[in-house]
Write a protein of this length. Structure first.
Length: 477
């Protein structure tokens, strides 16, 4: 395969916590939508591209389960354009029902798929699909994609075998890094742990024990190394030693689930219900979105005659399922709003509001993004006062985000409240004095706000700083 010489090319990478739908339409950079545009060199691409090229040369292909055209285009541009892998390197799957068949065809064709998979499609979680993939093709690489990856969701998918997670929207650099980190361990410890797990799979238990002990000399009490040691000892039927290794791993692992999962299996094999129950309860605290585990905990309480405790977990399972359903409806509303945001701001407003209504306990980043997008849709309708209110709600979740304060300044300016506009603008510049660099339309809007507030001198000074910073040379479109 011919590898592209990228040394002379510069990338403009977008880092954001917001949907970059404006990339498909004429850009209006005065509406930042929480975009951070950074000019960068090829350092990340050159650092990791060989890992991806080697994967491709060895029959690797990329599949993406998504209905998000923007995300698909970002991955396609990264693989097919920036890395020059060709259009055949990426296959998009839009329907969950087609996933298993297409993956099966890829495996039958002797290719090695790496799958990007949305955590939900059309309001339906893709956990069952992940479970099927890992049961049928345990070595298949899977990267789960979501707007706002919070800890409980991450644990839920990690438990089912997801190797990595990607938050949308994603920059070229981020996509390349995620692929490289998924395909190849990025440090000595990870590489040796991978080798040790292969030894256990191949029943080379003595060799795995030697490797685990060497790792523990270099990395004392490392939970992953202790789990590897426990797996190898268990393979040799040295169960008490294995149990000690698993317990030591659990003591030293704050958010690493594998020790507890191993202990659950271990105690189940010994029919030790109380110990098994204790480990399941600990897992439930770390990863509370697994409804099946709650049901299992309740079942064990029933077996032990603890009806009251069983009822609590049955109720928790029902409540968790209901919240999950509401979150999925919220996600669907958000998808609809983003779909129509450019063409029909009024309709977008409706679905942004419905998304907020459905998500009672929205995480900070997600709620901030929805309110920010709602503010943009309101401004497009000329409802600047309502937009200010939406931005104020967004600020509750991200008080140090200069882009929200800038958007709020725009709303005040559009409503003729020029003094308040400048006040919000100064807050944004106080947080990040150079956030306008590389964003020519943003710079123009800032100068216009100063001028409208009869601050001509500040506007002129702003333009001088722009010129000194090389603003005229920085393009973002």
């Amino acid at each position: 395969m011919q590898r592209r010489d990228r040394r002379s090319k510069s990338l403009y990478v977008v880092k954001s916590q917001q949907d970059p739908a404006s990339e498909l339409a004429p850009k209006k950079q005065s509406e930042t939508r929480n975009l951070y545009v950074l000019r960068t060199n090829d350092e990340t691409v050159n650092k990791y591209c060989d890992v991806i090229y080697d994967f491709s040369d060895e029959g690797g292909v990329f599949l993406i389960l998504t209905r998000d055209k923007i995300f698909y285009q970002a991955v396609k541009n990264t693989l097919c354009h920036d890395l020059g892998l060709g259009n055949n390197a990426l296959t998009v799957i839009q329907d969950i029902s087609d996933l298993a068949q297409i993956l099966g065809q890829a495996v039958e064709a002797k290719t090695k798929p790496l799958l990007f998979m949305e955590h939900a499609i059309n309001g339906q979680l893709t956990l069952p699909q992940l479970q099927h993939i890992k049961k049928t093709w345990p070595d298949m690489h899977v990267v789960v994609v979501a707007r706002d990856v919070f800890q409980e969701r991450l644990f839920q998918f990690h438990e089912e075998g997801a190797e990595n997670f990607l938050t949308k929207p994603a920059s070229t650099n981020t996509i390349i890094e995620k692929i490289a980190f998924t395909l190849q361990p990025q440090c000595e410890l990870d590489a040796l742990l991978t080798e040790g797990r292969r030894m256990v799979t191949d029943n080379l238990f003595e060799e795995a024990i030697d490797l685990a002990n060497k790792l523990l000399v270099k990395y004392p009490q490392n939970p992953a190394a202790l789990v590897l040691l426990g797996d190898a000892l268990k393979g040799l039927a040295r169960r008490q030693e294995a149990l000690r290794a698993y317990k030591d791993a659990e003591k030293n692992a704050k958010v690493y689930l594998e020790p507890l999962k191993r202990l659950v299996i271990f105690h189940a094999e010994d029919n030790n219900t109380p110990e098994m129950l204790g480990c399941l309860v600990k897992l439930d605290r770390l990863s509370p979105l697994n409804c099946n585990r709650k049901l299992k905990i309740a079942e064990l309480h029933i077996d032990m005659g603890h009806a009251d405790e069983a009822e609590k977990y049955f109720d928790k399972a029902i409540e968790s399922t209901r919240d999950e359903a509401m979150n999925m409806v919220s996600e669907m509303c958000l998808d609809i709003a983003d779909m129509v945001a450019e063409a029909n701001p009024k309709m977008a407003e409706k679905y942004y509001r419905r998304s907020l209504e459905m998500t009672k306990n929205a995480r900070g980043a997600l709620a901030m993004n929805i309110y920010n997008r709602l503010g943009i849709s309101l401004r497009k309708q000329g409802l600047w006062n309502e937009a200010v209110e939406a931005y104020a709600e967004a600020e509750k979740y991200a008080p140090k985000d200069e882009n929200i304060k800038y958007n709020s300044a725009l709303a005040y300016s559009e409503g003729g409240e020029h003094k308040k506009a400048v006040e919000r603008l100064m807050l944004a510049l106080g947080i990040n004095p150079t956030f306008y660099v590389g964003r020519s339309e943003v710079a123009q809007k800032i100068a216009a706000m100063f001028k409208s507030a009869n601050m001509t001198w500040q506007a002129m000074e702003f333009f001088k700083r722009q010129k000194a910073a090389g603003q005229n040379d920085a393009q973002t479109e």
